[in-house]
Design a protein around this ligand. Structure first.
Ligand SMILES: Cc1cc2nc3c(=O)[nH]c(=O)nc-3n(C[C@H](O)[C@H](O)[C@H](O)COP(=O)(O)O)c2cc1C
Length: 148
């Protein structure tokens, strides 16, 4: 899993996924700033997680994704998630305007040749979180769906 997290919510999702997968699979966690191109190689599945920042992945995640050469990920399965703000009534327009980052990241990865197996958004309450109620449960289910 390669991830970024400013306030810790995305990291909490990552740790939850790790807990589900680690009994059955070897799981590696990489903070985006430590990730290298070789971390995308020879993996059964790569999970990419980033907070949504103005509709996109974080700057650091964008830098990493842009570093990947075209076609580099052909034959590689990737699942993508983001954390975004739960849509309160007054914010709905703003969130809709910018959109979520995971589908954008998925499109970038497809251009690099990846087979994107799943795209998901998880929600936080306000900028800093915490995660919305039930998101940890939803994360566990999402992780389980990847190993079936
Ligand atoms: C600079 C900045 C821009 C943001 N832009 C958006 C946005 O466009 N849409 C959204 O839903 N959330 C936005 N957020 C809220 C983040 O999604 C939220 O802080 C993040 O999910 C928390 O994850 P983290 O604890 O892993 O950093 C933004 C947050 C920051 C700091």
């Amino acid at each position: 899993m390669i991830y970024d997290s400013v306030y810790g919510n995305t990291e909490k999702i990552v740790k939850t996924i790790e807990d589900v997968l680690k009994g059955k699979h070897k799981v590696e966690l990489k903070q985006v700033t430590d990730a290298k191109l070789k971390d995308f190689q020879k993996k059964d599945l790569i999970i990419i997680g980033s907070p949504t920042h103005t509709g996109r992945a974080t700057k650091a995640m964008q830098v990493l994704l842009n570093m990947i050469p075209k076609g580099f990920l052909s034959g590689t399965k990737v699942a993508v998630f983001d954390t975004s703000m739960a849509t309160y009534f007054f914010m709905k327009g703003i969130i809709k305007f910018f959109g979520y980052s995971a589908p954008r990241v998925a499109n970038i990865l497809k251009k690099k040749g990846a087979e994107v197996t799943s795209v998901q958004s998880f929600f936080v309450m306000g900028m800093k979180g915490p995660l919305k109620e039930d998101e940890v449960e939803r994360t566990k289910k999402w992780a389980e769906s990847m190993i079936q």
